[in-house]
Design a protein around this ligand. Sequence first.
Ligand SMILES: [Zn+2]
Length: 143
Amino acid sequence: MAEPGSDYWLKLGTTPEQLMKVAEEYRTMAYAPYSRFFVGAALLMDDGAVIGGCNVENSSYGVTLCAERIAMGNAVSSGRVRPLAIAVAGDADSFCSPCGACRQFLAEFNPNMDVILRKRGRLVSIPLSSMLPYLFKLEDDER
Ligand SMILES: [Zn+2]
């Protein structure tokens, strides 16, 4: 199994570009009739599995679910709880970064995972730990 922070891309035989392509495929399935803001996400798990999700809106806006949380839920439902990276695909012309709720949700499973985003037409890889400093934990590790 590849460990977070290692050169797992080579070991698992995939690339950030391929992961983004899967996220873009999931984006086409997004259910976003209210905002028309379509998002897809794809997780690379430590066993090499790639698991995606898309945002699912609701007429009761507050219960809308983001693509990142749907993807992570799909991963857990398949018995996988160790993500190494996630690609998030929004509109190609805009920078689409995970919301605060998704950052916390993903950090539960790997606070050091890489977040692959598209910025000005190029892919960038940002450690989740730098996007969510001082994350909430039920147990305080610092004691
Ligand atoms: Zn979100």
